[in-house]
Design a protein around this ligand. Structure first.
Ligand code: FRU
Length: 486
């Protein structure tokens, strides 16, 4: 008989929990109504700002406006009043405030602030003009704030960039110090093209170059961002172009990225023989980086929307809100046999109660962490696969309800199966399984699992692979069962 020597090191981290059934504890969700993309992520004076696509009038997509929340630790968020409302125009059309970014105009390049004022915030967003049943235009516009995002004025000469298209959106702007200019990354969604523009004052923009028509083109391209990412264990960094588009599985949405170089004018990707997806789950989209992080924070931090347009408007909204956000993630790059890839680390700042267990040979873990924390916890596993055929981990388990994570050593395939995870029948597209090849490291698989009621984020092998999925467990008194394959 084959000798199996298996061990599992387990660190269990408890997080605060509340009586809410599906509303997460340590992921931000709005008090009520519909949300989609995070917008204008910016840090200033000790505060992280999360603006986001929001419908002030209902729990389905519509009347897009920017809502606002702030946090000191990227985890406990306080919701502030609506920032940028939809605009009713004199001709009967409306301008919705689509996705975009916020920059700190510390040199008052825009001239929108009082002389010498260093803390002016400028929102650069897509102005989407429509009449009932008719989309008229998408162009880029500005709003500005002198009080750290509490109140805003729309620029009176909007739009600032209009190329005559009805699909042209999601500007993300960075400062390019060597030429004292702003660089905007923006997308032509239907053409799978990212464009780069430059400006000295945020008001007048000049086309520089474009990049695209490669990678995943199974869905339109949205929400691009250009970000400088340090390479781990080195002083070097690379530019990464990330954007939202299709998923490995037909029809679903995900994010892809290209690693390369940017010289202030154009982006060149490294040779990538496969498509790099940022998150292999179904529910991570439209993530963008924070602008103006403290100098000591060299790694970019992103937040994504935890939902998928395939069923976004149909997910249960029993608690009055629909949609939410991932935890903040720190990005770095590592060298994977000659190509650079992302590594993502969740930022969890809560005080945590940690339990560490060493589990051995054929161990069957049967814990009631879910029951104790009302399904809001973190589970850190190191699974030793030496002589193992693989394992099953049932999370959020109550009788026949569970979210199943599995690993098959013979194929190196990791899977996340939510077909039995609770409420799944609100959309035909919701019950689904993701399967992705992951090689063990030193015969081990590391799993850092964030379970937060209806959002599950799984970081495998130090965040080299991440899967984010929504789940809607019906019963709250759940447990976790881990077993190696026989
Ligand atoms: C992405 C997106 C963006 C757009 C916004 C509208 O989810 O479609 O391209 O700006 O949502 O709400």
């Amino acid at each position: 008989m084959k000798t199996l020597f298996l061990s599992v090191l387990m660190a269990i981290t408890f997080l605060n929990s509340s009586a809410q059934v599906l509303r997460p504890n340590y992921h931000y969700t709005p008090p009520k109504n519909w949300v989609n993309d995070p917008n204008g992520l910016v840090y200033i004076d000790g505060e992280y700002h999360l603006f986001y696509q929001y419908n002030p009038f209902g729990d389905k997509w519509g009347h897009m406006s920017w809502a606002h929340a702030v946090s000191k630790d990227l985890q406990k968020w306080e919701t502030l009043p609506l920032a940028l409302p939809e605009i009713q125009n004199a001709d009967g059309s409306t301008t919705m405030i689509f996705s975009g970014c916020v920059v700190v105009d510390s040199f008052n390049t825009s001239g929108l602030f009082a002389k010498g004022f260093k803390k002016g915030l400028v929102a650069v967003f897509t102005s989407h003009v429509s009449k009932p049943g008719q989309d008229l235009a998408q162009h880029q516009s500005l709003a500005y704030s002198s009080d750290k995002g509490r109140t805003w004025k729309y620029f009176d000469k909007n739009p600032v960039l209009d190329i005559g298209l009805t699909n042209f959106r999601d500007p993300n702007v960075i400062w390019w110090p060597s030429e004292k200019k702003w660089v905007m990354t923006v997308v032509k969604p239907l053409e799978y093209l990212v464009q780069f523009y430059s400006s000295k004052d945020l008001k007048k923009w000049t086309f520089m170059s474009e990049f695209g028509k490669q990678g995943d083109m199974s869905k339109i391209w949205e929400c691009p961002a250009l970000v400088k990412v340090p390479i781990e264990n080195s002083k070097e960094s690379k530019w990464v172009l990330m954007l939202s588009s299709g998923h490995r599985q037909a029809g679903y949405l995900a994010m892809q990225y290209f690693v390369g170089d940017f010289d202030g004018k154009s982006f060149k990707s490294q040779k990538q023989n496969e498509i790099f997806y940022l998150d292999e789950g179904k529910d991570f989209y439209a993530a963008i980086p924070f602008y103006n992080l403290p100098k000591t924070q060299k790694n970019p931090i992103i937040i994504g929307w935890t939902n998928d347009w395939e069923y976004a408007n149909d997910i249960p909204a029993d608690e009055g809100y629909r949609g939410g956000f991932s935890v903040a993630r720190k990005l770095s790059l590592y060298n994977s046999r000659g190509v650079f890839k992302f590594k993502q680390e969740p930022i969890i700042n809560h005080k945590v109660k940690t339990e560490t267990l060493t589990l051995s040979k054929n161990y069957v873990l049967n814990s009631n962490l879910g029951e104790k924390t009302q399904n809001s916890y973190r589970l850190n596993l190191e699974v030793d696969l030496t002589a193992s055929k693989g394992f099953d981990l049932q999370l959020l388990k109550f009788e026949n309800q569970y979210l199943l994570l599995s690993y098959d050593v013979s194929t190196n395939m990791f899977s996340m199966d939510r077909t039995k995870s609770g409420k799944v029948d609100f959309s035909k597209r919701f019950p689904s399984i993701e399967t992705i090849k992951i090689l063990p490291q030193n015969n081990k698989l590391q799993l850092d699992i964030l379970v937060d009621k209806s959002i599950v984020e799984v970081y495998v092998n130090g965040g080299k692979v991440v899967l984010t999925d929504l789940v809607f467990p019906v019963n709250q008194a759940t447990k976790e069962i881990f077993s190696f394959f026989k």
